[in-house]
Design a protein around this ligand. Structure first.
Ligand SMILES: [Zn+2]
Length: 257
């Protein structure tokens, strides 16, 4: 049902629809949402006092409000814009993929899902990591499939960049916001050279090392992108890199050091 206390559910039935948002706002029961531009087109961004609670492709407002109520047990009503400080960080994420430091309301997230989202939030723009990497980072090695499910159910796509977590075989996997293809669109907009990456993964290459530093990385790590072609070593596994005398990068952490 509505998730509202009974007396308010009665009110909902009795009040003319245009009065309801104001009433809920005054009793502090409603969250708010605004329409913001993004690389994927206009999106609804809902927020609470604790942070962003939901991001979805902007469509039918009534449908968004009903789905929000069903999912969070709270009403959501339109606002002109998020609070100014939140608006600035949200717009940087939606437009340029700069996602660090945006408060996310953790209500309704399991501990596992919250950990997965925190890990994904730390991946820089234009870089990708495999599902299994997130699983290892959060101390749950082997839970790559559950990580994939948690990311596909990410309530705040774009704000938490779940599009930067992909399959180990070079395919991009499912996406939580519209078409799976949107993942490629976002990553290309962030500067990821998709064709070069696919050329590597199609040959089974998963890591790149520098013969100068003897450090190896995920191919999209900013350090890997700086390796001169003549000094570049290719590896299929962390084991292969270790046997060649290379150690894992501390920034992209391709293996536990
Ligand atoms: Zn690295």
């Amino acid at each position: 049902m509505t998730g509202l206390p009974e007396h308010l559910a009665d009110l909902r039935a009795a009040a003319p629809p245009h009065l309801l948002p104001g009433v809920l706002h005054r009793v502090g029961l409603a969250d708010h949402y605004a329409i913001r531009p993004s690389i994927l087109g206009p999106v609804f961004v809902a927020f609470t006092r604790r942070g962003v609670s939901r991001v979805d492709l902007a469509g039918d407002p009534a449908g968004f409000e009903a789905a929000y109520l069903a999912r969070f047990g709270r009403a959501v009503v339109p606002a002109d814009a998020p609070p100014p400080r939140l608006a600035a960080t949200v717009d940087r994420a939606l437009g340029a993929g700069r996602t660090r430091g945006i408060p996310v309301d953790p209500a309704g997230l399991s501990e596992f899902q919250a950990a997965v989202l925190r890990s994904a939030a730390g991946i820089p723009p234009g870089e990708i990591r495999p599902y299994a990497w997130v699983a290892r980072e959060i101390g749950r090695p082997g839970s790559g499939r559950a990580v994939g499910n948690a990311l596909a159910a990410n309530p705040v796509p774009l704000v938490v960049p779940c599009h930067r977590v992909v399959r180990a075989d070079g395919r991009f996997g499912r996406y939580s916001l519209g078409a799976d293809e949107s993942k490629r669109v976002l990553l290309a907009a962030e500067g990821l050279e998709i064709e070069a990456l696919e050329a590597l993964t199609s040959r089974g290459v998963r890591y790149l090392g520098s013969a100068t530093t003897r450090i190896y990385c995920h191919p999209t790590c900013r350090h890997a992108r700086r390796i001169t072609a003549s000094r570049r070593a290719e590896f299929r596994s962390p084991g292969e890199a270790a046997r060649a005398g290379f150690r894992p990068c501390r920034d992209c952490r391709p293996a536990t050091a």
